[in-house]
Design a protein around this ligand. Sequence first.
Ligand code: NAP
Length: 300
Amino acid sequence: MTAQIIDGKGYAAGLRERIAGHVARLKAEHGITPGLAVVIVGHDPASEVYVSGKAKQTLEVGMHSEKYELGEDTSEAELLALIERLNFDPAIHGILVQLPLPRQIDPTKVILAISPNKDVDCFTPASVGKLQIGLPGPVSCTPLGCLMLLRDFVGNLSGKHAVIVGRSNLVGRPMAQLLLRENCTVTIAHSRTADLPNIVRQADIVVAAVGRPLLVKGSWIKQGAAVIDVGINRIPAPEKGEGKTRMVGDVDYASVLPIAGWITPVPGGVGPMTIACLLANTVTTASLINGLAPPKDLTP
Ligand code: NAP
């Protein structure tokens, strides 16, 4: 027996098609074109790649896209002024400020400046609170993507024990909230967790969001468990040539594959879902801002 491979890339392509359908309907029936503004400050190469991908996919699903590329020496006041302008811009329904930001800018101040109505990354305290008490609104993109994959591939999650390794505001914590809403029993593990392998061994669902290459081993996995690998790490790949690297997750894929029931590969698993869910969140906020119910298939 080997695990069923969860094809996040394929699922994300289908999700983008559905999003394009919702965008077309919002335009035709309500005259609304969902708009996403992406702001990048400085020249972090990884961030530049992400931002270009986001802008491209926004246009592909028929949305309005704005990209702001600000210099490394941009002041906090300048960035806050731009966010304030976007908060009041009726063509924009989602604002994403790509992190990390240069030193002179306090990321917390920036996050707090984004209107919760346009907070498509689900970073503001208002969005986090809404997620916790189950009010409609955007949901953190990567956990939303993981949930969609789990529902589609595994099915009913109720009563399952989910162990989430990692407690970041970006992934671990919102993932826990979403799985709790699915009636899972949720354990959150972190760097101070004692006997992590034994905790993970009890899980029907494992979500690894740690940032440690190949940490989760096959010997930690219960037979038939669903394993969702959020990690994106680069490790040396001498077989590809000197100085070359390859991308791996937080899960030791080769040792987990024969034991798990389902597994997401890296790349091609969770990664492609994150941008697709950003677009889904922009449809959600565009709907809510205009007093419409967001499409059910794009929300938890
Ligand atoms: P993060 O903010 O660095 O959080 C990492 C978490 O892992 C922390 O809670 C930390 O515990 C815990 N941790 C670290 N070492 C550990 C260990 N040895 N055992 C158990 N727990 C440990 O990272 P993040 O932003 O959540 O991202 C996690 C990974 O997902 C990264 O590889 C990142 O690149 C990737 N990621 C991928 C996507 C995607 O689209 N696929 C999106 C976002 C992130 P403490 O809290 O105790 O420090």
